[in-house]
Write a new protein. Structure first.
Length: 246
């Protein structure tokens, strides 16, 4: 149950119906507690790894310093997740078996879509705990992230926000989740690759014991499939191409 806090609960089921709308689903098969595909390679807090690995690490950000690197090492209120610091061999193995295959597959599917259609749309699905009082985004059940306009044309984020009105929930943009490594690595709107992140409050579709409420999950999956179908309409892409030409 503790490590479930790190996972994007049942997002595969949210995406399932979208295949019927023409989407290709790329699903991470390893737990985020083992390797987090939404963090960049070698990005961890130096205090969480063995001495020989420290020289390979990038400058740690807030998440890494709190233990949420490419290999999560600590959780708030829990403490250390591993008995020993992560070694070079352990990190390299997790990158090679889980992190790199995911990003290679994602890059391949993006390239196929862009060659077939002229553009590619990446929608990165995540789940989040309810945002507490005093935090940016409090009371919002869906956060649309585009790295403050860096990973997608404004048309796609605006489309996601307008389509989300049918969910009848509070929706925010970029706060507190603007998008992580997946959007930073693959979103290139100037090259026709538009990437947005959707963070769903787990209370929208899970029971108190973190199991899917099938009725609410089906409703959310139907909404997502419809959003994919709308986003796939080439009528919206003309806005994208006009933005790129400016």
């Amino acid at each position: 149950m503790i490590l479930e806090r790190l996972e994007d609960s049942w997002c595969d089921q949210i995406a399932a119906q979208a295949v019927q709308s023409g989407a290709t689903v790329v699903q991470a098969l390893g737990a985020r507690a083992v390797a987090d595909c939404n963090r960049s390679e070698w990005q961890m807090a130096p205090t969480e790894v063995s001495a020989e690995l420290r020289g390979h690490l990038g400058a740690p950000g807030i998440k890494e310093r709190s233990g949420l690197g490419v290999v999560p090492t600590r959780l708030a209120g829990v403490g250390a997740l591993w008995k020993r610091p992560v070694s070079t061999a352990q990190l390299a193995r997790r990158l090679e078996l889980l992190h790199r295959p995911y990003h290679r597959q994602l890059a391949m599917e993006i390239d196929i879509a862009r060659r077939c259609h002229g553009i590619a749309i990446l929608i990165d699905l995540h789940s989040m705990p309810s945002i507490g009082a005093g935090y940016a985004g409090h009371g919002q059940s869906l956060i649309i992230g585009d790295r403050f306009g860096q990973s997608a044309g404004a048309w796609l984020s605006q489309l996601a926000q307008s389509q989300s009105q049918s969910l009848a929930v509070a929706v925010g943009r970029n706060q507190p989740y603007a998008g992580g490594h997946i959007l930073a690595r693959h979103g290139r709107p100037e090259a026709g690759v538009h990437a947005v992140q959707l963070e769903f409050d787990r209370n929208l579709y899970l029971t108190k014991d973190r199991q899917p409420d099938q009725s609410r999950l089906s409703h959310l999956a139907h909404w997502f499939a419809n959003f994919v179908a709308v986003a796939a309409d080439p009528a919206h892409w003309s806005v994208s191409r006009a933005e790129a030409a400016e």
